[in-house]
Design a protein around this ligand. Structure first.
Ligand code: SF4
Ligand code: SF4
Length: 151
């Protein structure tokens, strides 16, 4: 009889709902509220590439040695350079990096002898087009500008 009444009054269902609603208090929510709150990434996380510039004179640190391009197993880095006839040094002209094919292994970063190329902790790399994933020198020097959301 008791079992029948329990079924008739949906007591099991109500008990279950009580448990559910009790756990829905905001203090029990563990989901990261991205993009309102930025997640903490691991210290050694490798994300968006950056081509560093000298903060004192604004010139690129890259010496156009092409070692990063040679180290990349995906061959996705293209370094353009020309020789300065006065200094006899190679100077960087263009630099492209196809982030859509990158596996963020860090081999290019390790190969760079002057720490010009760096994989930063920026992780917001999504774009609406495939072409947008190919970063040029300006983009690599300035870094990504992810959309800022207002709440
Ligand atoms: S992180 Fe790896 S895959 Fe990406 S560009 Fe560097 S070497 Fe290539
Ligand atoms: S290895 Fe470093 S210095 Fe050489 S081309 Fe790549 S980013 Fe420039």
């Amino acid at each position: 009889m008791r079992k029948f009444l329990k079924r008739l009054l949906f007591l099991d269902l109500i008990e279950g709902l009580v448990v559910t609603f009790r756990s829905q208090h905001p203090k029990h929510i563990y989901t990261e509220q991205y993009p309102a709150q930025s997640p903490k990434v691991a210290e050694r996380y490798r994300g968006a590439p950056r081509l560093n510039i000298n903060p004192e004179n604004g010139e690129t640190l890259c010496i156009a040695c092409n070692l990063c391009a040679l180290a990349c197993p995906e061959a996705l880095i293209v370094v353009g350079s020309e020789r300065n006839e006065q200094t006899r040094r190679k100077e960087l002209t263009t630099f492209t990096y196809d982030t859509s094919r990158c596996m963020f292994c860090g081999l290019c970063e390790d190969a760079c002898p002057v720490d010009a190329l760096e994989l930063t902790q920026d992780f917001e790399l999504a774009t609406y087009t495939r072409e947008g994933q190919i970063w040029d020198r300006q983009m690599l020097e300035e870094g990504p500008r992810p959309k800022q959301y207002k709440f």
